[in-house]
Design a protein around this ligand. Structure first.
Ligand SMILES: Nc1ncnc2c1ncn2[C@@H]1O[C@H](COP(=O)(O)OP(=O)(O)OP(=O)(O)O)[C@@H](O)[C@H]1O
Ligand SMILES: [Mg+2]
Length: 268
C-alpha cells in the first residue's frame, strides 16, 4: 500500500545573516509515524519546526504537510497541524478552560462544538478536575498537557512538538508520551517531536533524524542508527559518535541558553 507522506520536506533552508540554521534539508514522514528530531543546542531543530509550523518563512526550498505547501498555502497547512512551541505558550492568567477557549476561537472550531470539544480534550489529558483553575497554578506537566490539548482542538493530522517534555519529571514525561502514543494509535496522527532526552526518543520514535549545524547527518529507525555500534549501543552513543566532541560555532549563544533556562524555569 502506498499512501502520500504526511510531511514531505524538500531542500528546506533558512539563513540568518551569514548562518544557515537549516541547510537544504530533505526527508519524508509517513502517516502515523512518530518522528524524532535530535541534535545539539543550536543545531536548527526549532528553526526547522517553525518553518513547518508556517511561523517562519524559508529562505529557499519548501515542505508539504497533509498535501499542502507551507509556502504556497500556509493557511491550509495551519488547519492541518497542531503546534506546541519549545517555550511556554499557555496564558498563566487564564484558567485551563479559558486557554482552551482562546485556541478554539483561533483555530476556528465551530461555536456550538467548542464546549464539548474542550471538555473532552481536557478529560483526555487528565485535566478535567483543574479545568477552572488558573494555568499559573498548574505544574509543569499539567501545563504541557494543557498545551497539547490546545493544539488538538481542531483535530489536526500532524502534530509538531518542540521539546514537549522539557523540564518535566519522569512521571510527567511518561504521561505526556502516553497521550502522544494514544493519539497515534487511536487516531493515526503523525508527530514530529524534538527532545534532548535520548532514552525517550529511542523508546517512542519510529524513526529519527539527527541534525547538526543545519544538516541531517543521520536518519533511520533507532535500530538502524545503532547498527554497527555493537550490541549494547544506545542512542546516546549514536549522538556522541555523530555530533559529540565537536565544537559548534552555532552552539551556546547567550540567547539559546537564556531561552532554554527560561523554558526549564517556567516548566520546572
Ligand atoms: N530569529 C533568529 N535570528 C537569528 N538567529 C537565529 C534565530 N533563530 C535561531 N537562530 C540561530 O539559528 C541556530 C539554530 O537555532 P535553533 O533554535 O533552531 O536550534 P535548536 O536545535 O532548536 O537548539 P536548542 O536545542 O537549543 O533548542 C542557532 O545558532 C540560533 O542562534
Ligand atoms: Mg530548539
Amino acid at each position: 500500500m502506498t499512501t502520500a507522506p504526511a510531511v514531505s520536506i524538500k531542500q528546506l533552508t533558512r539563513v540568518f545573516g551569514s548562518l544557515a540554521a537549516v541547510d537544504h534539508v530533505s526527508f519524508d514522514i509517513g502517516v502515523g509515524e512518530i518522528f524524532g528530531l535530535i541534535g545539539p543546542n543550536g543545531a536548527g531543530k526549532s528553526t526547522l519546526i517553525r518553518m513547518l509550523a508556517t511561523l517562519l518563512p524559508p529562505t529557499s526550498g519548501t515542505a508539504s504537510i497533509a498535501g499542502f505547501d507551507i509556502v504556497q498555502s500556509p493557511a491550509m497547512v495551519r488547519r492541518h497541524i497542531g503546534y506546541v512551541p519549545q517555550l511556554l505558550s499557555a496564558d498563566a492568567a487564564l484558567t485551563g478552560f479559558e486557554n482552551m477557549l482562546l485556541s478554539a476561537r483561533l483555530y476556528g472550531v465551530p461555536r456550538r462544538e467548542r464546549k464539548s470539544r474542550i471538555e473532552s480534550a481536557l478529560e483526555r489529558m487528565g485535566l478535567a478536575p483543574s479545568a477552572h483553575h488558573l494555568a499559573g497554578q498548574y505544574s509543569g506537566g499539567m501545563l504541557r498537557r494543557l498545551e497539547l490539548a490546545q493544539s488538538l482542538l481542531h483535530r489536526p493530522e500532524v502534530l509538531i512538538l518542540d521539546e514537549p517534555t522539557v523540564g518535566l519529571d519522569p512521571t510527567a514525561r511518561d504521561t505526556v508520551w502516553e497521550r502522544v502514543l494514544e493519539l497515534r494509535d487511536r487516531f493515526q496522527r503523525t508527530m514530529i517531536v524534538t527532545s534532548h532526552l535520548m532514552q525517550e526518543i529511542e523508546k517512542f520514535c519510529d524513526r529519527i533524524a539527527v541534525i547538526d549545524r543545519g544538516h541531517i547527518v543521520a536518519l533511520g529507525t533507532p535500530a538502524e542508527l545503532k547498527a554497527g555500534l555493537g550490541p549494547n549501543a544506545t542512542l546516546d552513543d549514536v549522538f556522541i559518535g555523530l555530533v559529540g566532541g565537536k565544537e559548534s560555532e552555532q552552539k551556546g549563544s547567550y540567547g539559546d541558553v537564556r531561552r532554554n533556562r527560561q523554558a526549564l524555569r517556567e516548566h520546572g
